[in-house]
Design a protein around this ligand. Structure first.
Ligand code: SF4
Length: 393
């Protein structure tokens, strides 16, 4: 299993695969070949099909400044990747092929990004539980043993999450002209009648900040960043929990996100929205269960319920913007995270052991993601994106 800290990266919206990943690739290339005066970049697959709405071309050009960059869109190559080559008037440098692994992680054919380094010896929750039992560790003790400095990184990520909710709650006005989408977080907050109503507003605040291209913390991606951020904000600001407890819960939730990243995918372009919002719901459910002092089996069960009932969820962003259905989906998934914990607690009192493990659902999610049609994996070629197109014509 890879670093938990990479589940909570800080970067600019609206999409970790379309903004953070290409930006990191551009940084690495520029750093490796600093003499380049010109770059040629080709976006393929989902990066080409939704790259405009996701600001991929803009962020690459900004990152490679002051050099001039030409960005081409290849709509024929279905693989989600970008090709980058730099040059000077006298010389051409090697072309890199960069694949997005979700949440801003990348694989580069000629360079080690460090993103695929194994930090933990285990790749399943069953194996983690065995190791905890063998060593007499709690889950946070296990994490600290293998990932030193984890909490310093998480603290920065959490601070950015809290700022992001505040910024979103204090903003208003038109967010997207083409969709005629106006920000709603602050109004939702004012109208909220209970805790869950406020949590919806917090998730919207992050979703809207993300769509505006502002600085967000992935959890595990940018499109799904509102869920964990909302829960963290709620427990700190509304319930008065100490930050340390919430950081620990983020680390616990991060384990479930990391296992999904390892054994299935957290990229909407590879597995549909089950991979993003479904994973975030599982992480959020684990977090809530941990904060509520539930035993590890119930934490696992909450995460398992959180992802199981998102299986098959498609990714069909309207006009390529991370707005419809994404923002509303963050709002509903926060409610489902709380529901998952409620159900897990009730079931724990009826059946001591769950018949379905978290690992089984992740395998099933991987299978389901591969079966999803390409039109429903962040290409804006089907589903709601198509309905919207037809409606407007
Ligand atoms: S539909 Fe889901 S996976 Fe697709 S862009 Fe929106 S949040 Fe991300």
């Amino acid at each position: 299993m890879k670093a938990i800290k990479d589940i909570y990266r800080i970067g600019y919206g609206p999409s970790s695969s379309h903004t953070i990943a290409p930006q990191r690739a551009a940084f690495f290339y520029k750093d490796q070949y600093p003499d380049c005066t010109r770059y040629e970049v080709t976006l393929c697959g989902s990066l080409a099909l939704t790259g405009k709405g996701h600001r991929t071309d803009e962020i690459i050009k900004e990152t490679l400044l002051p050099a001039e960059t030409e960005v081409a869109f290849d709509y024929e190559d279905p693989e989600m990747k970008l090709l980058i080559r730099g040059m000077t008037p006298e010389k051409e440098y090697p072309q890199w092929s960069v694949i997005s692994l979700g949440g801003g992680s990348i694989r580069i054919d000629k360079f080690d990004s460090g993103d695929e380094k194994d930090i933990y010896p285990d790749d399943s929750f069953a194996d983690i539980k065995k190791r905890l039992k063998h060593n007499g560790w709690t889950l946070p003790q296990y994490l600290l043993h293998y990932e030193s400095g984890l909490y310093d990184d998480l603290k920065r990520s959490l601070e950015n999450m809290l700022d992001c909710v505040d910024r979103g709650l204090s903003s208003s006005g038109l967010l997207n002209k083409e969709l005629n989408y106006r920000r709603s977080a602050s109004e939702l907050y004012k109208q909220a009648e209970d805790d869950l109503g406020r949590c919806i507003a917090y998730a919207y605040a992050v979703g809207e900040e993300n769509a505006a291209g502002h600085k967000i913390t992935t959890a595990p991606t940018l499109g799904s960043a509102g869920i964990v951020a909302s829960i963290a904000y709620y427990y700190i600001k509304d319930k008065g929990y100490p930050e340390e407890r919430v950081l620990e819960a983020m680390a616990v939730g991060g384990v479930f996100g990391d296992l999904i990243k390892q054994n299935a995918t957290i990229a909407g372009s590879m597995g549909g929205c089950q991979a993003e919002v479904g994973t975030a719901c599982a992480m959020g459910a684990a977090m809530i269960a941990w904060l509520e002092g539930q035993p590890l089996d119930t934490v696992e069960r909450a995460a398992e319920i959180g992802i199981e009932h998102h299986l098959g969820l498609t990714c069909d962003p309207v006009k390529g913007y991370v707005i419809i259905p994404c923002i509303e989906r963050n709002g509903i998934a926060v409610l489902r995270a709380f529901d998952a914990v409620k159900l897990a607690r009730s079931l724990a009192a009826v059946h001591k052991h769950s018949l379905v493990s978290f690992d089984m659902v992740v395998d099933s999610m991987n299978y389901t993601g591969k079966k999803l049609a390409v039109e429903l994996r962040e290409t804006s070629l089907g589903g709601l994106a198509l309905e919207f197109k037809n409606e407007k014509n």
